[in-house]
Write a protein that binds this ligand. Sequence first.
Ligand code: KG4
Ligand code: ZN
Length: 342
Amino acid sequence: MLVLGIESSCDETGIALYDTERGLLSHALHSQVEMHAEYGGVVPELASRDHIRRALPLTQHVLDAAGRTLQDIDGIAYTQGPGLAGALLVGTSIAEALAFTLNVPTVGVHHLEGHLLAPLLETDPPEFPFVALLVSGGHTQLMRVSGIGDYELLGDTLDDAAGEAFDKTAKLLGLGYPGGPALSRLAAQGKPGRFKLPRPLLNSGDLNFSFSGLKTAVLSIVNAEKSGAGELEEQVKADIAYEFQEAVTEVLTAKCMAALKETGLDSLIVSGGVGANARLRERLNEATRRRLCKVSYPRLEFCTDNGAMIAFAGAMRMQHATQRDYAFTVRPRWDLADLQKP
Ligand code: KG4
Ligand code: ZN
């Protein structure tokens, strides 16, 4: 079965072709980062308009790359939510219109289910059940994953998501958008010891997170360290970035280990944009090795938003897709734990 996947929940148009027999055939991504950069964050209306421009040319591109045509497609999966309403509507309406003309079924995919299943696209994929750490710009969740659509929330952030904390802290340090990768690059130049930041909820005894206090603590340091001209020395910035990354990755790692202990599972997967963070991977590799547990990640390009994860999650549900009325709705807010098994 050949499934076309369409991702358009935020600032990336991702298109992919997944074959249930042969695996991922092709994928393509257009990032809007440059377009939004001058505004310091995503402008929803600009995002929607750009998805309209990109979706069909990218679809043609992935078909050509796989040596297939539209007529070969057996089903279409698209991100139905959560995300920006206008951006979701673009991908959704294109998917439903294409499916109507091709007379094939559609399936609306939960964006986070896409992230959650992305490590299964790799060779030597993890087997169910496993613990999943979902760390993106909008979410920081620990889940127990027992199968497709069988997700139990173990812990969540009480305020900012980890990616959001990276982005906001990067902004305080005068770095560009998106802040996560920029802050992580700067942290590599930083030295330990100059600043001390809290490790929020590290010993809370539960699996929840809180990252908004860290950003406030960084703000206090920034204000104290600024020169008369309101500038921060480059090394000061790097040392703050270093300590911030240490604080976030220490808490994320400790909670992952606690989740493995609490569930009695020995397999962890990490997904979402912050899952691309090298320091986080280093800490998790070390901690899981010590506990004789397995840790799996998507390849770097599938940590952040992409069409492959949507095509794959859709393919897992497509066998059960019976509805072909081509009516559609998007779900800008949608709880992952509400998903049912296919
Ligand atoms: O999963 P994603 O592409 O989009 C959402 O669904 O939110 O995640 C984007 C988030 C952003 O906050 C970005 O700053 C963060 O992931 N991010 C990183 C890194 N790469 C992306 N954060 C820390 N280190 C990175 N290397
Ligand atoms: Zn995402």
